[in-house]
Design a protein around this ligand. Structure first.
Ligand SMILES: NC(=O)c1ccc[n+]([C@@H]2O[C@H](COP(=O)([O-])OP(=O)(O)OC[C@H]3O[C@@H](n4cnc5c(N)ncnc54)[C@H](OP(=O)(O)O)[C@@H]3O)[C@@H](O)[C@H]2O)c1
Length: 302
């Protein structure tokens, strides 16, 4: 059981009850930080109620917060992108971030902010590697990221901080890896479309380390949070190998995926490569820089 150290900072994680927030909480607590989570459904000690849509929050602990990490937002992959869902994806990020920005004056100790963003914001010119200074693309997710990052700026105008354009997070406990594993487990695994489309990804432990690194080095600006770019075929084949399952089916055609998932099929069909040079130049090193190393950490028995 990690011990709380009085001189360690207190962290508030908005949207801390999700996949990244869960890992991050353990990561911080293991290092002696005190962690609170902002959630719409407080269930246990350390949870603080808020309802950003209604502009409501329990303000009791705000004067104790040293570091604010903002992960809040409706899950992008969970449901079809009908117009109401698109509105919720956008508003849950932009309004909650703007709400946090309005609360900064009530956090006198606050000295650092990390805003989550997404790497799917550049468009998808084939073969191009996207750096942070590239213009936003013109699709739905790019528009969301543009507004989301605009809202983060309302916070970073008041307190030092960085925005992390997070790529597909690989974790043993859910998220994209879980979704990829299911069909392979049942012998129905296959690459999608041509399989040649790239996705940037990051191991959950590296993402948590990256957040700590940003705090320790007081990073400012926008950074792609991505360890490497791999194709859909590479990911599918390597995952099947680690799962010791055969891949016997032909690739799933793009139109089938679009029928099944609707517009959000672009999450797996888009060919995107993002550079991680900027964060590496800042001095960050990835523990899991290859897909094989990442999968090994999930499958290899200790
Ligand atoms: N996981 C990835 O691969 C990935 C990749 C790129 C970017 N990101 C971004 O990183 C952030 C965290 O990702 P995650 O995977 O941890 O997401 P997650 O598991 O879906 O959790 C998101 C959290 O946001 C909160 N939330 C959802 N809808 C909300 C709303 N309408 N208003 C306020 N809060 C709301 C939820 O907290 P409560 O229900 O407790 O209030 C939830 O715990 C997200 O914004 C996501 O877009 C994630």
């Amino acid at each position: 059981m990690p011990t709380l150290k009085d001189d360690m900072p207190t962290v508030l994680i908005a949207g801390g009850s999700g996949l990244i927030g869960g890992h991050l909480t353990r990561h911080f607590k293991d290092r002696g930080y005190r962690v609170y989570k902002l959630t719409r459904n407080p269930k246990r000690h350390g949870h603080i109620y808020w309802d950003p849509e209604a502009g409501k929050i329990d303000t009791k602990k705000l004067d104790k917060i040293d570091i604010l990490i903002n992960l809040a937002g409706e899950n992008i992959g969970a449901k079809r992108w009908r117009s109401k869902r698109k509105e919720a994806i956008l508003n849950s990020r932009v309004k909650s971030t703007a709400f946090l920005a309005s609360l900064i004056p009530q956090m006198p100790r606050l000295n650092y902010y990390i805003g989550a963003s997404g790497v799917n914001c550049y468009g998808n010119q084939k073969g191009k590697i996207y750096y942070e200074e590239e213009a936003y693309g013109s699709d739905f997710l790019s528009a969301v990221v543009k507004e989301w990052e605009g809202a983060h700026q309302l916070v970073t105008n008041q307190v030092k901080g960085a925005v992390l354009r997070i790529s597909m997070v690989l974790s043993r406990h859910g998220g994209s890896l879980h979704l990829m594993k299911q069909p392979i487990y049942f012998g129905l695994g296959a690459a999608v479309a041509s399989g040649k489309q790239h996705s940037p990804w990051i191991h959950i432990n590296d993402l948590c380390r990256l957040m700590l690194f940003a705090i320790d080095h007081q990073l400012q600006g926008t950074y792609n949070a991505s360890a490497a770019n791999n194709t859909n075929l590479e990911m599918t084949q390597l995952l099947a190998k680690w799962m010791k399952r055969p891949l016997i089916l032909p690739n799933v055609p793009a139109f089938i995926l679009k029928l099944l998932l609707g517009e959000r099929a672009i999450l797996v069909l888009t060919d995107l490569q993002a550079s991680n040079e900027k964060i590496k130049q800042a001095g960050f090193t990835f523990v899991y820089s290859t897909l094989d190393a990442a999968f090994k950490s999930f499958f290899k028995k200790k």
